[in-house]
Design a protein around this ligand. Sequence first.
Ligand code: ADQ
Length: 807
Amino acid sequence: MELNFPQELKSGIEWNPSRERLIVVSNRLPFVLKRDESTGKLIRKSSAGGLVTAVAPVVVDCGGRWVGWTGDCSLSVDDEIPEASEEDTTPTAGLLKHQVVPVYLNQQQFNSYYNGCCNGTLWPLFHSMSDRAVYSSEYWQDYIQVNQLFADKTLEAMELSKKEGPDIVPLIWIHDYHLTLMPSILRQALSEKNSNALLGFFLHIPFPPWDIFRLLPWDDEILLGLLGCDMIGFHIEDYCINFMDCCHRRLGCRIDRKNLLVEYGNRLVKIAALPIGIPFDRFQRMAEEAPRLVKEKRQKIILGVDRLDYTKGLVHRLKAFERFLEKHPEHIEKVIFIQIAVPSRTDVKEYQELKEEMDQVIGRINGRFSTANWSPIRYIYGCVSQAELAAYYRDAFIAMVTPLRDGMNLVAKEFVACQIEEPGVLILSPFAGAGETMQEALLINPYKIDDVAELICSALEMPRDEREVRMKNLRRREKVNNVDAWAQAFLKTIRSTTSMDPESDSKKGSCLMSSAMDDYDEYLSKYVGNAEKLALLLDYDGTLAPLAPHPDLAILPNETRKILQRLSNCPDVYVSIISNRSVDNVKKMVGIENITYAGKNGLEILHPDGTKFVYPLPVEYEDKVRCLLRKLQEEVCHDGAWVEHKGLLLTYHYSETVMHLRTGLIKRARELIESAGLVCTTAYCALEAKPPSQWNKGQAALYILRTAFGVDWEERIRIVYAGDDFTDEAAIKALKGLAATFRVTSTLAVKTAADRRLANNDSVLRMLKWIESHMTKRKPRLTSRSSSSVLEAMDEVHQAPSSPSSA
Ligand code: ADQ
């Protein structure tokens, strides 16, 4: 069916209907549901925000879907979503009921997820108002649960979309801080189903700097959640940089600041600054048509329009206006301050307190300055129609948009769109995203009450030609960068990520993967510097050698072997390989003589001089292990699963077992291990069984360092540790603060204490290359040698191979 909408309700975006479907996910559906008193049926009421105006036509055009909460906790699955009424001409009118995927929340979920976590924790923290944030694990659990609920509904929507064509790739566009965990939940589900989709996210509020963000007890979870996306959009570059910085510092991801990329596992996530715009022409038209609301022509209007929120700086603004009246009594009766405040989050205590404070401050100012025929402040507390807003915007002489912090702020943009008559002045806070681009506004720090007061005075006195030129430029920019341009830019950017596969040839020259050497330069050169010695402690499977279906097939790449060989010959480098294989086996696989090998996760250590350390495990476990081995062989060693016997340790391998049989086998194997009184740990496609002991790779790493370098090793030695699994995490933790640690990981939701992440064993190889290059190029150390021996040392260096290839 061809849907016929007015031109302004078409998206103007080119779609390939046989390949693409847009699925938008936002906290709320793009319309409000109300119950018709007479019929008892639900009806749609418009919710004409900028986002809906821009995005709904795109969803309609491509036959996509919209997932969102119904906005009413009393509704349930029995309440059918109505079609739009025939008179409906809003942007969502073309959205048929089968395109609407409702999420139902009960009152408890709403209180805890929405009022609690979203608005009590994330909202203040993301606005850098950390003292207002509450951290409740109860709220957080509900936040996780609701994100899971949204993900389930989105998966349903994707399934429906995929049924419409075999080649359809859904493009999921998730909005805002309510849904930060959803992307990785979706990514995980997609990989389990072997299904593909493009995942994009847009954050409408600021992303705070690292030293604020880290206060959140679940900071890593939010970052990991968002990194499930192919692309993440923010309003301005500062927020992009903050986000990337947090990924780098909290998760150890490598980042490319220039191209705005975050490397996460074996994927690159595109970060983009996409400042939102407004439906400029619509606001202009409304301003042209709106009747005059304020009759007093003599008085210049100073206007504030905000949701009643503590981030918007309303009280500071009123105080600045009060100071202005104090300092400039000549303006008394000549100006009027109109503050329109829409009630917001009224069931949250902080918002109720703000309302009370507003009433008090306004009462005080009006009481102090009113005359017989004039009151300085007119306060409208309520929702005003957009047509009425347009009239206020048009007739205002000054708009005061002075938030303490704001992602973008649409009011500033709506004001300039409606300034079609006598040009006015925009006073704008630099702490709003809008302050980045709307440079012709008068920018002022809202905390500087005296300065704001003076600025009001200068704005009132600004000559017409200056007002005109400033307003003309502001309008021109907002007209071009309107909300449609924003939606198009988002879609264009996310589409471009399909060519971001790091392995694809087209990207090799430009992506993070190839800039690895510079990246290590920044991080490791400071740490390693000119230290006396560098100790490299490296895991084998999955770190140096790629993982394979059978341990015998996990072969060390030739290039890695050669570089390890050269490093082991380098006098300032000490190499040790710590593996969960037996020590003889790992030595055989690596095949280099003069290095230290640790096997069985450090229970046995073979030094280069041939001496061996074996951690004493309780011998009484011998019988238990033998008995467990028999049971495992009898019960769970079938369909490709087998058990490896390493003395007092057993490894149960299931990499060759088909997926659907694994769960049952793993469960039973774990039961057998635990009931035998052994400790069961997880490795790559394997379970490890060992007698209980405190000894792990961490203890082994410390033992190796102590043995090789003496008790005061930490003062002289720099250490690099790299490992890929759970057993390495023990070493990473033990060496925290003492070493540069790397976790090799390509899967989602891996938590690690490591300083940095590496995508795969190729990245490990690149790191080794960097180390070789650094160690061979660095300046000679000034030790306690005499000056002549320093010269000798320099001589040695000059004769030493100058590049890895010549070594
Ligand atoms: P908000 O915090 O809601 O949005 P803002 O960008 O100012 O902030 O948008 C407010 C909207 O509400 C405007 O469209 C305005 O017209 C309307 N409005 C305000 N007062 C009103 C009233 N009394 N009656 C009717 N309508 C009223 C979040 C972020 C912002 C970001 C937007 C969009 O906090 O920083 O700009 O999303 O991404």
